[in-house]
Design a protein around this ligand. Structure first.
Ligand SMILES: [Zn+2]
Length: 281
């Protein structure tokens, strides 16, 4: 019966240099001059979605949509739900309400201008809607017309997280009687640590573990959200020189992530974040 639960697949459409909180990461002013791997890897992911008949939400970084408009259009034309990852990949809890509003608004304008579709949801870089940001962040997102958010990490993560947050999809009340649907990052515990089904964890964790934990959630009727960055499936992408253990976390398992993702897509039902939220309601 677990096969009946519709899980959510998501791609955070960004490049290899959009890594957070590492000193050696190039500044935004230099991004346009760097080699890029986002197109070839996003295209591979879109191919995989098509082969397996899976739905997906593309959280497009506004900067990427602006500099790779054809790619943004391909994501939309592939049938992905269009959502935003903000414009400049900055941490929500660090930049505050005014800059978050300006950043998300700019991303919406760019993404809609390029794809013809207005983003319907948001994911913060580094899942950075933390305890001190949640009160204002959801107001800002509702003001900008977002219908869902997928930014809360209900556990402890390198970038923050909210340890006591509701871990299953739920509605968040916003002022004026408005509501935002929240699809928190799906988290499971491993040796006392909170691990997610995506990014570095998708690269690091054995397939059997991922499969067993998703089955367990689905058996309880709970959908999970899986996320992948285009760079996660590319062993040949340029590397940033950073200290261990961050280097390990950023680059482990690049050879295995694509096959794990394929198996997940073959063995479980995956759709867009909106469709998964709708079925879970
Ligand atoms: Zn990101």
């Amino acid at each position: 019966m677990s096969r009946n639960v519709l899980n959510a697949m998501s791609i955070d459409v960004e490049d290899w240099f959009h890594i957070l909180e590492v000193e050696q990461v190039p500044a935004q002013a230099d991004w346009a001059g760097l080699p890029s791997v986002v197109e070839r890897n996003t295209d591979r992911l879109l191919g995989l979605l098509e082969e397996t008949g899976s739905g997906c939400t593309g959280f497009l970084l506004g900067w990427i949509a602006e500099h790779h408009p054809q790619l943004a259009r391909r994501v939309a034309e592939a049938g992905c739900e269009i959502a935003t990852h903000g414009y400049a990949h900055e941490l929500v809890r660090e930049i505050g309400p005014e800059r978050v509003r300006a950043d998300v608004e700019r991303s919406i304008e760019v993404i809609e201008g390029v794809t013809g579709q207005r983003p319907v949801g948001y994911r913060a870089p580094g899942f950075s809607i933390t305890e001190d940001a949640r009160d204002w962040a959801f107001e800002v997102l509702a003001d900008l017309g977002m219908s869902f958010d997928s930014s809360i990490f209900p556990g402890r993560s390198g970038h923050g997280g909210i340890a006591d947050a509701d871990a299953t999809p739920h509605a968040i009340a916003v002022s004026g009687g408005r509501q935002l649907q929240e699809f928190p990052i799906s988290v499971t515990s491993l040796f006392g640590r909170d691990v997610a089904f995506g990014g570095g964890y998708l690269r690091l964790l054995p397939y059997r573990f991922l499969k067993a934990r998703i089955e367990r959630a689905n058996r309880e009727g709970v959908p999970v959200v899986v996320y992948v960055h285009p760079r996660d499936i590319d062993p040949d992408h340029p590397r940033i020189d950073m200290p261990m253990p961050r280097r390990f976390r950023s680059y482990v398992g690049l050879h295995t992530a694509y096959d794990k993702l394929r198996r997940l897509l073959e063995e479980f039902r995956f759709g867009t974040v909106s469709d998964s939220l709708r079925e879970a309601a």
